[in-house]
Design a protein around this ligand. Sequence first.
Ligand code: ADP
Ligand code: MG
Length: 352
Amino acid sequence: MIARFTDCLRLFSGVFILSLVLAGCSEPPREFNETVFTMGTLVEVTIIGEEEALTDRAYAAILDDFSYMHNTWHPWQRNALARINSLLKTGAPFSLAPSILPLIERSKQLSGQSNGLFNPAIGGLVKLWGFHQDDLEEIFGPPEPAAIGAFLQDMPQMSDIDFKNLTMHGRNPNIHLDFGGFAKGMAVDNTIAHLREFGINNAIINAGGDLRAIGQNGSRPWRIGIRDPRGEDVFASIEISGDESVFTSGDYERYFTVDNKRYHHIIDPRTGYPADQTRSVTVLHSDAATADAAATALFIAGPQQWHSIARTMGIKFVMLIDKAGKVHMNPAMAKRIEFNNRRPDISLSKPL
Ligand code: ADP
Ligand code: MG
């Protein structure tokens, strides 16, 4: 969800950047580090080894990018996306704002690859659960089963949206596009591309704990800590260098509790209910948009199906923590992950 003011309390919800503390070379390169609240989350920008004037200009430019994306992509504000959402429901052809086209194209493709588990057309279902609101304290319980059942009868899919060039039409009145499952990834990719246009090659953009890192932290790789989904501690860590994104979807991010049952914001489009087999999924992938969509899809796929969905999405590194706390990983991920304290109960899959 783009507008999440509660996120400001949880900058490092999924991961922590450890390398800034651990890098101990004698003459460290200049480090720029600023944190800003934008797109409903805290975004930390780290740039290594560049002149002050350049980093200031680059930072100002990406702040503008973030506020543009926030205003244009927010699923529940009066903006370009709201117009598309209302016209899609009518079934009539209309011309589409070009600023939204990349989101629709990419998410259609990712939704297909995830076998519909990542489904940004289900904004109506997200709203039925109340997760479109910033403040979850106003939710008093799950929706009526009949309302969920009615939605399932005519479940919208991304394949219900057709477009050619900039002309689009919808084929399901229940479509409401909510890009909350991958907008953060798209935004991180766009801003990394913008930093590169400034000639910056060593940086991290960390959006509320989900990040893309390019280059290195001085002479060392970046070192990223992964949060324990049932605690505040760093429970594992991983090194990355070159160009890689680390995205985590967790049941601890946004939820409400009724009668000791946790209802969180990642909805299984097959049942209409929050996916209930997983605590968290961490995905590594080169681009952030794919990593973000895949983390959401594999969370829903759960311990039985994550492997096959990771394959169709082209994902090579996955760590899934199931509802019992067991860690599922593919061998390539297991080689890269370092557990901090006790080694958890691990189930190693076949290679991806
Ligand atoms: P976070 O943004 O907290 O890291 P996710 O990337 O997993 O978490 O995105 C969760 C958001 O995605 C929800 O708040 C909702 O807006 C949207 N969403 C929920 N279920 C789905 C789904 N099955 N497919 C696509 N988007 C979803
Ligand atoms: Mg996601």
